[in-house]
Design a protein around this ligand. Structure first.
Ligand code: MN
Length: 316
């Protein structure tokens, strides 16, 4: 209602053209027992669509060790996606879920205004643990919604040109996942046989990226191995994907997510104060409990400076 509104600047789409940027992930210790490779958020790209966090763990032989031990901890403002390539994980949460997840199945947990969960290797388990943990930022219209959990044991799959495609989220290759998400998004596992070569139609409005979980895959002419993320930009109609030897990758994409996020610990928010409020709620027992009787994970101390909202893209 300004009397002399300033001219609205048109958004300049300088950062969503097709590209092929190989972004290095970094090793992050998770608890006492595991190191994961984190490729989102990355220094220059914080999100791909609404995908805002990507950890790759294993493959690790957990025969002699504790395996995955993630005690009860809270989330707000996001969905978590657990995607296993080997092994089993038991998920328990504050909406009452108690779910064993196996490779090829999807666990998708919607935090909404607040949820807590634990993830542990079951007592009886296969020796190898290998997988991805991803987060999806919830848009403003969905982030104060009801917490929920969805386990999808049978996802749509198809094989074309030597590539076994499993659609975890969204639509790809004529298949549609029943996973409930809140912004236009895709997430799919591609298992490439030796010599596989395909040209995959993709949504032009989406930006895309791939993370390789096994072997070497060549995507739009760039060799990708585990540990880095290949960011591919938007405005593409197809992706050319080949592999000389057997390889596996996860394709993620979505409409560029323009809401600026404040991410700290397990929270995705819009402001420093919202993070402080969520941390206080967790530390004072105001999140509902997670079944299983484990000691909850205490939140780390807040940084001494105020957390600032960040755009999805940073030049340089
Ligand atoms: Mn979690």
């Amino acid at each position: 209602m300004e009397s002399q509104p300033a001219e609205a600047a048109l958004p300049v789409e300088t950062d969503s053209a097709p590209c092929a940027e190989l972004l290095e992930g970094r090793d992050v210790p998770l608890g006492r027992y595991t190191v994961v490779r984190r490729s989102l958020p990355n220094k220059s790209r914080r999100t791909v669509g609404a995908w805002c966090f990507l950890d790759h763990f294993g493959p690790e032989d957990i025969t002699g060790g504790p395996g995955m031990r993630v005690p009860p901890h809270p989330h707000i403002g996001l969905q978590t996606v657990t995607w296993l390539l080997s092994g089993e994980v038991r998920h328990r949460d504050s909406v009452g879920s108690d779910q064993l997840i196996r490779p090829g199945q999807l666990n998708i947990m919607t935090a909404g205004h607040g949820i807590a969960h634990s993830e542990n290797s079951p007592t009886e388990r296969p020796p190898l643990l290998h997988g991805l943990q991803l987060w999806i930022a919830l848009p403003d219209g969905a982030r104060s919604g009801t917490p929920a959990f969805q386990h999808l044991a049978d996802l749509p799959t198809t094989t074309r040109d030597g590539v076994r495609i499993t659609v975890a989220v969204g639509e790809l290759a004529g298949l549609s996942s029943p996973a409930v998400v809140h912004s236009p998004l895709v997430g799919a596992d591609l298992h490439l046989a030796a010599g596989a070569a395909t040209t995959l139609p993709v949504d032009r409005a989406f930006e895309h990226a791939v993370v390789v979980t096994e072997g070497t895959a060549t995507v739009e002419g760039v060799d990708v191995t585990p540990g880095s993320l290949l960011y591919l930009g938007a405005e593409r109609d197809t992706l050319r994907i080949t592999a000389a030897q057997e390889a596996r990758l996860f394709l993620l994409g979505g409409e560029p997510f323009e809401e600026e996020l404040v991410m700290w610990w397990n929270f995705v928010a819009r402001s420093h104060d919202e993070i402080v409020e969520a941390r206080t709620a967790w530390m004072t027992g105001r999140f509902p409990p997670v079944p299983g009787g484990e000691d909850p994970l205490p939140a780390p101390g807040l940084p001494t400076t105020r957390l600032l909202p960040r755009p999805r893209y940073r030049a340089g």
